[in-house]
Ligand binder design. Sequence first.
Ligand code: SF4
Ligand code: SF4
Length: 341
Amino acid sequence: MRYLKLRYEDRDRLFEALRKYGEIYGPVKISKKTYDFRKVSRFDDMDLNYVRTISPPKKFVYPPHEVMFEIDREKGKVSIPEEDMGPIVLFGLHHCDIEGLKRLDSVFMGYPADFYYSRRRKHLFIVGYDCKPDEFCACNVTHTSFSTDGFDIFLHPLPDGWLVRVLSERGQALADEIGMEDASTDDFKAFERYQEERRQGFKWDMDAYVLRGVLEMHRHSDVWEELSEECLACGNCNTTCPTCRCYEVRDIPSIDGVHAIQERVWDSCQFEHHALVAGGHNFRPTVADRMKNRYNCKISPAYGTNLSYCVGCGRCTAFCPAGINFWENLQKLSEVSKHAK
Ligand code: SF4
Ligand code: SF4
């Protein structure tokens, strides 16, 4: 890892140099309170003071809808669609979203690797960007508040520019092209001040490792009925989550009787049909069952790691139409556990 400096006036040079790594997507304000990753053509198109986007970066590597096979009965042919995504630069990802992609990698790029995810994932160039938390952020709880890998370069705001952590060879080539200078002692001091302000901004004082035990204790508890009373089972908490990855596979024939596709589409564990199996049995028939399942899934360790699938981004709370607060509920569960006899 190298620690360099990019001056504010050199931001457009960075942007121009990034073009060779693909189309650039960054955080854009799309309504009064909402941001999303959109294609940008200038550095200043981005609003880097955002807290979270409505859709997480998973949509680039694991789209909501993906055709897996195309079938032509006349030709007796089953084929995989051509790749529809070229190189992409994701600019401005916060620590939680970088960690979110790493959690998805642990699922989709283990053995055997998911063909569709892998061929998209190799195209990403990732520029991380530091942030200050709001009341819904809890990456301190999930041990994901500071990424040390999973990016090419990472920008930390300074009074006159950015401290740049350079991780990959591509990041190094980019830094050399722009002629970034070494960070000075004053830059490191400003970086430390920023980190201290960040630490002070976190609201939730819990620990994901402890929460695993708390959830275990509530495996058969009635408290889920109360916590899920307001839940609409709409699935927004899944679609906005950077690490939710359940999907449904559908075969769709065309009306000519010759062609068909097989596709996968995002599914939600909050939907009633999600745990319905052949024979009509539903393993999670109530909203309370499904909420309990989601909380356990999110706090459980990601495949091959000891870190939770939840990366603390706060989207499931910020975008819940019923105002259900994931962290408040986990805190309530912790309180109940403390008083359990
Ligand atoms: S977003 Fe809120 S209302 Fe919708 S399923 Fe999730 S917790 Fe329930
Ligand atoms: S569970 Fe909620 S806070 Fe955790 S990663 Fe998913 S959306 Fe973010």
